[in-house]
Design a binder for this molecule. Structure first.
Ligand SMILES: Cc1cc2nc3c(=O)[nH]c(=O)nc-3n(C[C@H](O)[C@H](O)[C@H](O)COP(=O)(O)OP(=O)(O)OC[C@H]3O[C@@H](n4cnc5c(N)ncnc54)[C@H](O)[C@@H]3O)c2cc1C
Length: 395
């Protein structure tokens, strides 16, 4: 198998590398320092917004989207290259809208594509996705956010939870219940995040960073032409959205690759009892196992990109990546902690911190990778299903 990219793709990779080298501060750690470091955390968020806009200016945000909706009409491989380079550096540019845009491109009207997708592609707006509720995470059939149709649109009442970055968002793509009598009676609706009746409460992630929100809807009015797809057809979009989110599992691997390189460097440079740490057989074996795990994930990633580039079904491949990618990142955190011993849990501001205190952050944040975008159990169910083992649907 030939995994090499074309000359044009390699030239694009260089262009993207130059962009990140120019825009990211030297030694950028890719980690929000969190509320205890408020001014630096603020700087991190500002950087994210500015990178988002600049990526839009350069037409990087909707690489595969059609040109008439602000995209570049480029290949899946070009998009993969941008994602790889961004993920490797931990550049804060990827989580502010693409899933919503892809849903609108696939299921929206011509008018919605122009109204919503073009500003996303230009980096002018940020979006968040509201699927989960306190009693509806995996069990999306239990979504209760109520949308009642009235003469001039819909009125929303209820709650979402774990909505990533909702407090920075201009728009929310929410999945709401429009038919209380049918468990499939869900509808996808775009809500202006500053509509009267919306309140948000931030929730801290285990890292301490309040990147999630609870979002409350109290008689929130939404125009009818903000419904994406068919009324009561939202379950179809929801499954599609999970498919998109699962493929983000691939991104975590490029970040893991960078951590592995830093751990290798650490093992080369750190002396223990007069010997470099990399002479320790256990350390070598753990690093080697990580390298194997990461390479497996990258090969699965090539397969996923190939399937997408050739219009083939991607449910099984993206579920595999989601499972193994998340688990591998957790192993990177674990191995990092084992190798670094007492240095592992130190934060960046400690004078004794190594690798910029990033291992502690990975160790904690990777815990969520087997939950976000669908849990490992859900993803395994997809591998067990039609595209994978061919088992009948779970009842
Ligand atoms: C970092 C992060 C970001 C997130 N961002 C968003 C976001 O932007 N928008 C949003 O809407 N949500 C978001 N979520 C929420 C995420 O989608 C849910 O956490 C996820 O769907 C699981 O739902 P839950 O937490 O309610 O767990 P539950 O569904 O209660 O699951 C608990 C456990 O039970 C298992 N389980 C449940 N049902 C079954 C079953 N039928 N068979 C076998 N095992 C089962 C699950 O696999 C899991 O291990 C985010 C979560 C994280 C961690």
């Amino acid at each position: 198998m030939d995994f090499r990219y074309t000359a044009e793709e390699e030239a694009f990779r260089q262009e993207v590398r130059d962009f990140f080298d120019q825009e990211l501060p030297p030694g950028f750690l890719g980690v929000d320092p969190g509320p205890e470091e408020e001014s630096r955390s603020q700087e991190y968020r500002q950087l994210g917004l500015s990178m988002w806009r600049k990526s839009g200016d350069r037409n990087y945000l909707g690489l595969t989207w059609p040109k008439e909706y602000g995209g570049r009409g480029a290949s899946v491989w070009m998009e993969a290259i941008f994602m790889q380079e961004a993920a490797y550096r931990g550049a804060p540019v990827m989580d502010m809208a693409p899933a919503s845009a892809e849903l609108i491109l696939q299921f929206g009207t011509e008018e919605q594509k122009r109204r919503f997708v073009v500003p996303i592609a230009r980096g002018q707006v940020k979006w968040a996705t509201g699927m989960s509720e306190p009693n509806a995470g995996t069990d999306t059939f239990n979504i209760q956010l109520k949308a009642v149709e009235e003469a001039d649109g819909y009125v929303l009442n209820g709650q979402k939870i774990w909505t990533s970055n909702a407090h920075h968002a201009d728009y929310l793509m929410v999945f709401s219940r429009t038919d209380p009598n049918k468990h499939m009676g869900l509808t996808a609706i775009v809500v202006d995040a500053r509509s009267p009746g919306i309140t948000m409460r931030q929730i801290a992630q285990p890292t301490g960073i309040p990147a999630f929100c609870e979002v409350f809807f109290d008689n929130v009015k939404v125009p009818r032409d903000n419904v994406i797809g068919q009324k009561n057809g939202g379950m179809h979009l929801l499954l599609h959205a999970f498919g998109i989110e699962r493929s983000y599992g691939l991104l975590t691997i490029y970040n893991a690759q960078r951590y592995l390189e830093q751990l290798i460097q650490y093992a080369r440079e750190t002396m223990v009892d007069g010997q470099p740490l990399c002479q320790d057989p256990l350390v070598r074996s753990r690093l080697a196992q990580l390298a194997i795990d990461i390479e497996v994930c990258m090969n699965l990633g090539h397969e996923l990109n190939w399937l997408a580039a050739n219009g083939q079904p991607t449910v099984k491949a993206s579920a595999q990546i989601k499972i193994l990618g998340g688990q591998t990142c957790q192993r990177v955190g674990n191995v990092g902690m084992q190798i670094m011993g007492l240095y592992g849990p130190l934060d960046e501001e400690s004078k004794w911190a190594r690798i910029g205190g990033r291992i502690k952050h990975t160790y904690i944040s990777a815990l969520s990778f087997t939950l976000a975008g669908g849990t490992t159990e859900t993803s395994k169910n997809h591998v067990a299903g039609r595209e994978g083992l061919g088992l009948p649907k779970q009842v």
